[in-house]
Ligand binder design. Structure first.
Ligand SMILES: NC(=O)c1ccc[n+]([C@@H]2O[C@H](COP(=O)([O-])OP(=O)(O)OC[C@H]3O[C@@H](n4cnc5c(N)ncnc54)[C@H](OP(=O)(O)O)[C@@H]3O)[C@@H](O)[C@H]2O)c1
Length: 332
């Protein structure tokens, strides 16, 4: 049994690119997540309008009800000249949008290690935490080499947010062990592959562009890296058999698998609405049999792992993963 606290409500799906956002419905959904025991919300300075929306929700609940995890994602165009004051302005802006005295977690991202000084920036950010602007410092999408450089520089890293799923097992290579060795919890996104781990894709033909939303565009590329649509269908059939045996949905099986990986502290579940909440919660109580674990492992053995360290593919701005990203959203 895992507690609902090992699940985090993701906020990117409310930032645009996933259909219109109905503010009243989004606020009611937040309440549904909290009532279900999911009391950590992930967002970012660059998720347009989401910090404000969470701030609006926070005003309706007693202080301390929700832990907010935001991010500090300096623009690519700022990296060469980034100053500590700019980081301070960004964090202050997040605080104001959220309406909190101290943010629970600020997760630091750096687009390009060849630009500017990410170690100096992380130290400057940590100093803002020490001043009380936020409680814990996390990272997102760092490589093992750069994580080690930050640790060597004395940056206090509490968590690391990375993509980790049945389709993307890159963290298992070295990142998970590195984080475990330093007491850094992995907070994992992509567990549902943006909605691909759902019955509606079982037996469905390979989707072609244009895909319905930004998540599907992003994770279809990961399906391709993991061996393509036919192998994904084999995996889905396996997950569906397991889901049926436990009277849960495919999504619950996909989330549970990630929750069980060494080093994983929590799974961040993207939510455009609360419609999948029951299935999401079912991941907490699901227990695989040893045969089921073996079935999943056999399926994964036939699939590829996307190459490189976590987020290495995505760092190539000329490649398919990097081309779909937006790099200058913090100040725009
Ligand atoms: N650090 C980063 O670079 C980064 C990158 C991406 C995301 N994130 C964070 O992670 C969060 C999650 O995003 P993600 O990209 O990882 O998406 P995800 O969780 O893999 O997929 C989310 C989508 O899956 C569907 N879904 C939700 N619950 C489900 C369930 N129980 N069963 C089946 N399908 C379900 C929904 O799609 P439908 O509504 O269409 O059914 C939802 O929009 C984001 O909101 C954000 O906070 C961080």
């Amino acid at each position: 049994m895992k507690a609902a606290t090992s699940l985090i409500k993701g906020g990117w799906q409310l930032a645009g690119g996933h259909g219109p956002v109905d503010r009243a419905a989004a606020l009611a959904d937040m309440r549904a997540f909290v009532d279900a025991g999911i009391t950590a919300f992930d967002c970012a300075d660059i998720y347009t309008g989401v910090e404000e929306l969470i701030g609006e929700f926070l005003r309706t609940v007693p202080p301390g009800t929700v832990r907010v995890h935001t991010k500090c994602v300096p623009d690519l165009d700022q990296l060469d000249t980034l100053r500590p004051e700019t980081l301070a302005t960004t964090v202050e802006r997040s605080r104001a949008r959220l309406g909190v005295a101290a943010i629970d977690l600020v997760q630091f991202h750096w687009w390009d290690y060849t630009r500017g000084d990410y170690v100096a920036a992380a130290r400057a950010l940590a100093a803002l935490g020490a001043r009380g602007l936020f409680t814990r410092l996390g990272l997102t999408n760092f490589g093992v080499t750069q994580l080690n450089a930050l640790l060597a520089a004395g940056v206090p890293v509490a968590t690391h947010q990375v993509q980790y799923s049945l389709l993307d097992r890159r963290p298992a290579a070295a990142m998970a062990a590195t984080c475990q060795a330093h007491g850094i919890g992995l907070l994992c996104y992509g567990a549902l592959a943006g909605g691909f781990f759902h019955e509606r894709w079982l037996g469905a033909p390979e989707p072609t562009e244009p895909l319905e939303n930004r998540s599907l565009v992003k994770y279809k590329l990961i399906i391709d890296e993991a061996g393509g649509w036919a192998r994904f269908q084999t995996l889905l059939r396996t997950l569906d058999r397991i889901a049926r045996a436990h009277a849960v949905r495919i999504g619950a099986v996909a989330i549970r698998w990630v929750l069980e990986q060494p080093g994983v502290q929590a799974v961040i579940v993207g939510a455009r609405h609360a419609g999948h909440l029951k299935s999401t919660l079912a991941a907490c109580s699901l227990v695989f049999t040893s045969d089921e674990r073996a079935e999943i492992a056999a399926c994964l053995a036939e699939m590829a792992v996307p190459p490189g360290d976590v987020y290495e593919l995505e760092r190539d701005r000329t490649g398919p993963h990097g081309r779909i990203m937006r790099y200058n959203l913090s100040t725009s």
